[in-house]
Ligand binder design. Structure first.
Ligand code: ATP
Length: 256
């Protein structure tokens, strides 16, 4: 289980301050939700944690190790995986190949093994396949492994993204709007799945989500951003009833 700490993190795009002096601690083994109105800076925070954006200032520490300045692939190898708000699957590959493709960033034999098809590479391929199948089984999709990703129902594509992230054997899992586009039953099932991922794999989970029902049920801790600043944090009930949080949402015509 890993702890993620953001210390005085700021991100500017020219004159626009997308994230402003954000300090936050994501406790080891917790399920933490990051919420806030559109444009509050949530995705920017994910993009900084995963190395897609470099903070203008501040530190991002995974178990004390600073991630700032590292490439996304290095950060993946340190044990961080994410899913995306807009799904990023390989639509024409099978379900199994989608999961395996996500794992190659972590394998050792990738270049020389692929060229000479060494024994070590064959062993590694077997291990990759086994791990991918285990992850698909965990999300309930083992029977779909030969299907083409684009032919899956939307909810199953979201689960496939989660399986692909899990297969990289992360310590910290970032889920960007995992419930978007899911119906009520699918959301309830997703809550169970995320909890069981945390418990079984011993992960720390950070979620961006707009669905308040889901946030209330799943979160140990909630962090609220507005205009790039943290305006509240704490247990879900207290945070979602905090007048400042209600105002931030109502001010943007979104009811909490
Ligand atoms: N690459 C970029 N270039 C310029 N401005 C950006 C860029 N990425 C984000 N922004 C701006 O930074 C601010 C925060 O955006 P961000 O996408 O992080 O918010 P968000 O809370 O994730 O919103 P949403 O809930 O709509 O996804 C917004 O004003 C956005 O327009």
């Amino acid at each position: 289980m890993s702890t993620l700490t953001l210390k005085n993190v700021t991100l500017k795009f020219g004159g626009l301050v997308a994230v402003n002096d954000l300090t936050v601690q994501i406790g080891a083994g917790s399920i933490t939700s990051m919420i806030g109105p559109n444009g509050a800076g949530k995705t920017s925070v994910f993009n900084m944690i995963t190395g897609f954006y470099k903070p203008t200032a501040g530190q991002i520490l995974l178990d004390g190790q600073n991630l700032v300045g590292k490439k996304p692939s290095q950060i993946t190898r340190l044990g961080l995986a994410r899913t995306f708000q807009n799904l990023r699957l390989f639509p024409n590959l099978t379900v199994l190949d989608n999961v395996k493709a996500g794992m190659h960033s972590r394998t050792k034999q990738a270049v020389w093994g692929a060229l000479w098809h060494t024994r070590a590479q064959r062993q590694e391929e077997r291990l990759i396949e086994q791990t991918a199948l285990d992850c698909l089984r965990f999300v309930g999709m083992e029977q779909d492994c030969a299907r083409i990703a684009k032919n899956l129902p939307y909810g199953a594509q979201r689960y496939l993204e989660i399986a692909r992230a899990l297969a990289t054997q992360p310590k910290l899992l970032l889920l960007d709007e995992p419930a978007a586009g899911l119906n009520y039953e699918e959301k309830e099932a997703l809550i169970g799945l995320i909890r069981s991922i945390r418990d079984t794999y011993g992960l720390t989970v950070l979620i961006i989500e707009h669905d308040m029902g889901l946030i209330k049920k799943i979160s140990d801790h909630v962090v609220v951003l507005d205009y790039g600043q943290k305006i509240a944090e704490g247990v879900p009930e207290a945070v979602l009833n905090n007048p400042r949080v209600v105002e931030a949402y109502l001010g943007k015509e979104e009811a909490v």
